[in-house]
Design a protein around this ligand. Structure first.
Ligand code: C5P
Length: 233
């Protein structure tokens, strides 16, 4: 079954600094967001793309991203919200308004700020979503991770059990809808979508991706992304 992808790209980019939103910064001559959209535009298992951007950027994104690079799969550009979770929720609403809310339809969610995802993982991800309902891409952590409160380490979880979660994350439509509805009712906010499904007690499969799939967040990530793309900034 072909999948629909929601791309949240409505963050403020505060951690990047500078005046231009990070998703419009150019990497190898093309905006980060255009790199990300290209991954899904070119993949045969992706049918529709729902792009979520700040309300004031919708016209700019239509002209400078979607039209300029001829992304034909972008079904709609939707206004985001104040948290990432709100932005994804607006994307889900748009998917439902367009009649793509069949309970088993695979819905992928991918950060606009991850332009280096290797789409070779997509078929396995969609297959796992169809089989189990929920799956995310991630990688085992390389560093030792601590929890810290008031500048003091409070816990040192065993590294061999820790994974760094990435996107895309994929879910059957009804499961992710239920997870968002429950989170809204409980006032629960998380930084990824799998967390909302975990709270329902539904297992989420972890599929190993690769370390290139960075989220371009702080200025040094630009240097890393350029190096990984093998181009010039
Ligand atoms: O803030 P964070 O780094 O977790 O953002 C991950 C992705 O979510 C980015 O692509 C960002 O643009 C998007 N986001 C969003 N709406 C927000 C905050 C973040 O779409 N309010």
């Amino acid at each position: 079954m072909k999948a629909t992808v929601i791309i949240p790209a409505a963050g403020s980019g505060r951690r990047m600094g500078g005046s231009i939103s990070k998703q419009y910064l150019e990497l190898a001559g093309k905006p980060i967001l255009a790199h990300t959209l290209t991954l899904f535009e070119n993949h045969p298992l992706i049918e529709h793309i729902y792009l979520v951007v700040p309300a004031g950027d919708i016209a700019y994104c239509q002209e400078q991203i979607v039209d300029r690079y001829s992304f034909s799969k972008v079904a709609r550009i939707v206004a985001g919200g104040s948290e990432r979770q709100d932005s994804v929720s607006h994307g889900l609403d748009a998917v439902a308004q367009d009649g793509l809310d069949q309970p088993l339809r695979p819905i992928l969610i991918h950060d606009g700020a991850r332009p280096l995802f290797d789409c070779q993982h997509l078929s396995l991800l969609i297959e796992a979503v169809c089989d189990t309902g929920a799956c995310t891409i991630g990688v085992p952590v390389k560093d030792t991770i601590k929890t810290v409160e008031n500048s003091t380490i409070t816990n040192s979880p065993e590294r061999s059990r820790l994974w760094q979660v990435q996107t895309p994350q994929g879910f059957q439509y009804q499961l992710i809808r239920d997870a968002f509805d429950r989170a809204a009712a409980d006032g629960f906010v998380a930084t990824d979508d799998a967390s909302l499904v975990e709270r329902l007690g539904h297992p989420v499969k972890m599929l190993e991706g690769d370390y290139r799939n960075i989220k371009v967040t702080t200025p040094e990530d630009i240097l890393i992304a350029v190096a990984l793309l093998g181009g010039t900034p």
